[in-house]
Design a protein. Sequence first.
Length: 273
Amino acid sequence: MAGYLVEDTRKVTTHRLVEMKQQGKKIAMLTSYDYTMARIVDGAGVDVILVGDSASNVMAGHATTLPITLDQMIYHAASVTRGVKRALVVCDMPFGTYHVSPADGVANAVRVMRESGCDALKLEGGAEIIDTVKAILAAGIPVMGHLGLTPQSINKFGSYAVRAKDEAEAEKLVADARLLEEAGCFALVLEKIPAVLAGRVAAALRIPVIGIGAGGQVDGQVLVVHDMLGMNEGFSPKFLRRYARLHEVMTDAVGRYVEDVKEARFPNESEQY
Ligand code: KIV
């Protein structure tokens, strides 16, 4: 598979991710929500592609992740899986689709797997949703956990500030992480928590811990691809490293196109039939 920056071009599995942790190999994860971006991200060697419910913000312009629906997540995930050869594709279960009952959660999870072709699902929460996590796992569907700042609970938290800074919340997070591992989750995302706490969880668990705003003592990192490519100038949290300035590059390109059209410089003779 020409174009891959990694030597091992085998399809990434949940088991491979656990092996990577055992071998001390870091895991690179990024979001994607469409076919074209997923092809680029996969081709560049990312191990895990997350079809995040951040699509609600990034693709649809909503202020939170709450409005995105199951059908919309399936559409995004199916577009992504069509572009991916190597990476493990994980799809977020959106708000309200796994909270009613374990049976309802399994029915929704089965729909996402069947209709999108993704490899695994991610659910936000610990003890509160553990029965549903177990039921989805019992249906043969791999589950990635997500603790710390869980954006679907923004109305409960009241802000996007760093979570688990006090001891009680930190202890609950550690207990939830153990619960998710014991239930059979294959990996865990920790979002926006102190680096020392994230390192403690990663050291305590056998499954890989992937951080976002959780420091470097974990087993891998995840970012929203539009943020790390610099397409979203309005979002600059401390944890974000921008690897490109695509907002500038794209604005410049579009601006030059507009000028060329207005000045009748496009198309030229070789660009017509
Ligand atoms: O939806 C998302 O993009 C996420 C990541 C921030 C982990 O859940």
